[in-house]
Ligand binder design. Structure first.
Ligand SMILES: C[S@@+](CC[C@H](N)C(=O)[O-])C[C@H]1O[C@@H](n2cnc3c(N)ncnc32)[C@H](O)[C@@H]1O
Length: 257
């Protein structure tokens, strides 16, 4: 996909969070819910992963998995620039197995989207094979409010590069199979050079209760809970069950059985 072939522009567009706060929250979650000590982190669909770069700086092992070679190359180079070793794995998130299992896995920015229930179960199998028993799988921004299909648009700027990002989704393209189309556009102004990058993908909406049922059917994870959050942090005292209005900025936590 075009957007993922341009890691720098992607990173500028999507770096609107405080990565230190995110990793501090991981620490809190690990203290409260992990049954194992955590040394090795896996970022699934990692992209340019500001998170792994922060994790590496804190002295942990960092592994990034993505299917885009451009993203992985960029991430390795960033690691080298900062003197941090980041392992990279090029694979499909629905079909992978790490040689050395991780202690904590995470997927950020609503990247856990697949085209069918079968693929979702394959994804859970892959994470399960690559995560130690008792380890956590942290999912950021699961679509729970499936009634909210508003356009999202924002502007970011770094080192003279301006990026306007717009995301839209069709209400429902295929009702029986719960398929919607997501479109994303990055309008880049790189020191006067204008570049337009776009992406379009058909995805399956997994309803919240269907998500829980599929996790249970897969059988390899305990559903620990889901909570409200912001871009940078999450609130363990605010479970979604008690939320007055649901947003798609949230966290879902599974633990490997
Ligand atoms: C929305 S970006 C998220 C990147 C990063 N985790 C972040 O938080 O900014 C989605 C990433 O998932 C990757 N991706 C998409 N489909 C994938 C798949 N089936 N397997 C592995 N990676 C995938 C893309 O290459 C892209 O880097």
């Amino acid at each position: 996909m075009e957007i993922y072939k341009h890691p720098l522009y992607y990173e500028i567009a999507f770096s609107f969070f405080d990565v230190k706060k995110q990793i501090d929250t991981f620490d809190l979650i690990i203290k409260q819910f992990s049954k194992i000590r955590v040394r090795r982190f896996l970022d699934v669909a990692c992209g340019p992963s500001l998170q792994l770069r922060e994790i590496g700086r804190r002295g942990y092992e960092a592994v990034g998995l993505d299917q885009s070679s451009e993203m992985l190359r960029y991430l390795s180079e960033k690691g080298k620039e900062e003197g941090i070793r980041i392992e990279t794995v090029q694979a499909d998130m629905c079909d992978f197995k790490l040689e050395k299992k991780a202690d904590f896995a995470f997927i950020m920015m609503g990247s856990l989207v697949v085209e069918s229930n079968e693929k979702f179960l394959n994804h859970l199998d892959s994470v399960a094979c690559s995560l130690k028993r008792g380890g956590l799988y942290f999912i950021q921004n699961k679509i729970v409010n499936w009634t909210d299909c508003r356009e999202q648009s924002w502007d970011m700027e770094r080192d003279g590069i301006k990026v306007k990002t717009t995301y839209t989704c069709t209400s429902c393209k295929d009702v029986l199979n719960q398929i919607y189309t997501e479109k994303g556009v990055l309008e880049v102004n790189d020191h006067g050079e204008i570049i337009k990058l776009s992406t379009e993908e058909d995805l399956k909406l997994i309803f919240p209760q269907e998500f829980k049922a599929l996790v249970s059917l897969n059988g390899k994870f305990e559903f620990i809970g889901w909570w409200e959050g912001t871009e940078s942090t999450w609130y363990l005292d605010k479970p979604l069950e008690k939320a007055k209005s649901l947003s798609n900025i949230n966290m879902v936590l599974l633990r490997r059985k």
